[in-house]
Design a protein around this ligand. Structure first.
Ligand SMILES: N[C@@H](CCC(=O)N[C@@H](CS)C(=O)NCC(=O)O)C(=O)O
Length: 316
């Protein structure tokens, strides 16, 4: 008898409702989640277990052979890739709040959107784990033991991809290519200089964003005016990612970019943005599941000894 696959295609109600396949820690998924909430579109969220390679499973590869998230499904229609999904939502939900920039928008804002969308967020994320010198106080879930586990898993991605390529011949070519791409990326990232150059590019993009924010004036809420647009979705999610990585001091905090500091607070207090964040329980679960057992033994020993010390002190 053949082995049961580890992951199975979820039972999706076979109607025209929207399903978003995503992961709660993905920057690209967060952009789509924010847009869906902002536009008040009903959808079902399906969490892909990236930590256990569900995006490399056969059912997911049938959905998106690139093995990337997010993917949107509406009946038989499948839309992969965050920007394609955002365009799809704008075109197909004309009655909901529009987020697209108008064609006659200021060219600086249009250029800013293009520059933001070109930044390789996954590479920046992994680079910050490999070269932590620039990082100050990363936030949950990217605490030290989790970063360690993610890095360790990343080291074996190309080997795993080559194994999956053998196991699923229909996706052999695409998975082999992905493995090669991953090897090249990893090779480049070993150089701290390469990572610092990437941070310089981010710095340039954020300098342009600060200039645009300064032009908007005090009472304008979003970067292109009173209404939120896709530039805010890209910029807001980027700032949030840099913040959780512990890079906010490098880029805007502590008076470095005062407009951006205010803007980031605005993003963080936006109700629709809040809906995109993982819950405290899932953050704790992620941290626990991704903490190597040696750390856990340390934590347990520490908690046990604090309990003993605590109870001894209380007896006095
Ligand atoms: N260009 C794609 C990039 C998506 C992307 O890189 N997604 C990450 C989210 S975690 C992913 O799927 N990474 C897994 C992989 O590439 O193996 C988009 O805009 O949606």
């Amino acid at each position: 008898m053949e082995d049961e696959p580890r992951f199975k295609r979820p039972e999706v109600v076979n109607d025209d409702s929207l399903v978003l396949y995503c992961n709660q820690y993905s920057y690209y998924c967060q952009k789509v989640l924010w847009a869906l909430h902002e536009k008040d579109i009903k959808f079902t969220k399906y969490e892909i277990d990236v930590a256990n390679d569900e995006h490399f499973s056969e059912w997911f590869l049938e959905l998106n052979p690139r093995a990337e998230l997010p993917v949107l499904q509406k009946g038989l229609l499948i839309v992969p890739g965050s920007n394609r999904i955002l365009d799809y939502l704008e075109e197909n939900y004309p009655k909901n709040k529009p987020l697209k920039l108008s064609w006659n928008e200021n060219v600086k804002i249009l250029n800013l959107k293009n520059a933001l969308d070109k930044l390789p967020i996954g590479v920046i994320t992994m680079g910050s784990f490999l070269h932590p010198r620039t990082v100050v106080a990363p936030k949950s879930p990217f605490v030290q033991p989790v970063r360690y586990t993610i890095l360790e898993r990343d080291e074996t991605v190309s080997k795993r991809l080559r194994d999956y390529a053998k196991a699923f011949p229909a996706f052999n070519e695409v998975l082999q290519k992905k493995a090669e791409f991953h090897d090249r990326k990893r090779q480049m990232l070993t150089s701290e200089q390469y990572f610092l150059q990437l941070l310089d590019i981010v710095d340039h993009v954020l300098a342009d964003a600060e200039t645009e924010l300064a032009k908007s004036g005090e009472d304008v809420t979003w970067i292109a005016g009173e209404d939120i647009t896709l530039v805010d979705i890209s910029l807001g999610c980027l700032l949030y990612r840099l913040y959780v990585l512990g890079l906010e001091e490098r880029f805007w905090a502590g008076g470095k970019r005062p407009q951006m500091e205010k803007y980031f607070n605005r993003v963080m207090t936006s109700e629709n943005f809040q809906h995109t964040l993982p819950t405290k329980t899932s953050l704790l679960k992620t941290i626990w599941l991704n903490t190597p057992s040696t750390y856990k033994a340390g934590i347990a020993a520490f908690s046990f000894s604090s309990m003993i010390i605590g109870s001894t002190l209380l007896k006095r």
